[in-house]
Write a protein of this length. Sequence first.
Length: 258
Amino acid sequence: MKKLFTLLLFAVLSSYCAMAWDNRGHSTIAYIAERHLTPRAKANIESYIGGRSIVYYAAWMDYNRSTPPFDITRDWHVDYWTDAHRTDENGNPQPPCSVSQIKRIVSEMGDFRTLSDSLVNVNIKFLVHLVGDMHCPVHIDFPTSRPMKVTMDKKTVKVHAMWDAHVLNSKHNGTSPMQLAEEFDIFSDEQIAKIQLGTPDDWHIENVAISEKVIQMIPKSKKITYDNYLNEAIKYAEDRITVAGYRLASILNSIFDK
């Protein structure tokens, strides 16, 4: 029994570390977005998700990506750094990515009242998660950085896992997503409107540049400490989470505030 418990715990922790932003990061993004939903949009959204907050479904895609019929979404969580690299080395199309899925869903939801309740329900869950994913620096798929590993606290982890959870938690471990949303959501209405300008394609280009920066910041020794990486990296993590929250609100308002 003890061995079984250990194996189950390892499985849970492994899946936890594989999630973009982890549950705390995704929930913070959803809380920020919810603070900026119009009353009408919020009411319409909640009518399709059983009266729950969108925060409840912030990491839903991560928990269900291996379960049919949602296993087709496993590859939706990343983006490719340029259009030229949306094919693999053999010229085959890369799997659908978060940017293309967000654009598809927004187009599909143009008149959400004509769609089935179940389709609107699942599309809300997709949007709440994927807008967060597309703003995570390591969810820009650079083949050179994907296998890269670093050492943190005498443990070796992939750069992807480091950014999914460890960077944010290095400063905010134990802080609730609701509290983080209150701490991060300090921009003026004018600043928020500026952040919300553009399209998912524009935001992708922005995130590619930021992704390159956080990869280049990694010390040659690959040994990560607060002084040589985390103190600077946390600034990018906080920015990306906040920006994602504002843009998620903008997308949801554009669909449901009518």
